[in-house]
Design a protein around this ligand. Structure first.
Ligand code: SF4
Length: 254
């Protein structure tokens, strides 16, 4: 502990200012692809062929990105022509019908939200990023978020992985053991859509197949600030953003 404090004092590392101020520190996000406009059909087909997870959706004169499927392989960025890449991290998204069903109860979570992590067959990348939100730089406690080892005191079930057959039952047991009201957050492409695993003989292809998912945080894996944004979305301290990125009208009109 003492060593860590000394290292922090020497290096000058301090806690992220997010969400009060944007965090532009290098490395806080790998970025992700953004929709592109003014592409020919041939160009759209060529870019689409690069994507291993069918995350790119052709539109008239352009291409949209379904972030729930994107695994950040960079192939659409390095293709010729490539599509733009944006460095941001506010990736938390909420399906419309769930957002509309939100009630005043969400305010009860706003300053004390207890989170139970469940690894439902993940490769460990998402869980490794999720663990970072409890380190001194991201410091989830300053936002009123806490990790709990038991679902009996959890407000949020944070799920990573494509929901392997072996984890389906433990996941449902954890959800059933949580008091109400409760929320479910799926992090990473696997927990949203199955990612590179998809639905298969060994996995269901996403948490939405077994539980009502309130917020999704896309990414492969999502960086810690994206996971914090997802939790801030749960407590309505940040608005959710669209899961599918489409070109703006101005980009289309150019
Ligand atoms: S970065 Fe995402 S959208 Fe682009 S090719 Fe890879 S998986 Fe597809």
């Amino acid at each position: 502990m003492a060593n860590w404090v000394l290292t922090g004092l020497r290096s000058g590392i301090r806690t992220s200012g997010y969400p009060t101020t944007p965090d532009a520190s290098p490395g806080v996000s790998p970025g992700r692809p953004r929709a592109a406009a003014n592409l020919s059909t041939k160009q759209v087909e060529a870019i689409q062929r690069e994507c291993p997870t069918e995350a790119l959706v052709p539109l008239e004169g352009g291409i949209a990105v379904n972030h729930g499927r994107c695994v950040h392989c960079f192939r659409c960025r390095t293709a010729e022509p490539g599509i733009p890449w944006e460095i941001d991290y506010e990736w938390g998204s909420a399906p419309d019908e769930i957002a509309a069903a939100r009630t005043e109860l969400d305010r009860a979570f706003s300053r004390s939200l207890h989170v139970r992590f469940v690894d439902a067959g993940a490769c460990s990348a998402c869980m490794s990023e999720a663990r970072q939100i409890n380190n001194p730089y991201y410091n989830m406690h300053r936002l009123g978020f806490f990790i709990t080892p038991t679902p009996r005191t959890a407000d949020v079930l944070l799920i990573a992985g494509p929901i392997s057959d072996a984890m389906r039952s433990p996941l449902l047991k954890a959800y059933d053991a949580m008091p109400t009201p409760k929320r479910v957050v799926a992090i990473g492409a696997c927990a949203i859509s199955g990612g590179v695993f998809g639905p298969s003989f060994a996995a269901l292809g996403g948490a939405g197949h077994v539980l009502p998912v309130d917020v999704v945080v896309p990414g492969c894996p999502p960086p810690p600030l994206a996971i914090l944004h997802g939790l801030l979305t749960v407590v309505q301290r940040k608005p959710p953003i669209e899961l599918i990125s489409r070109p703006t009208q101005r980009e289309v009109a150019r």
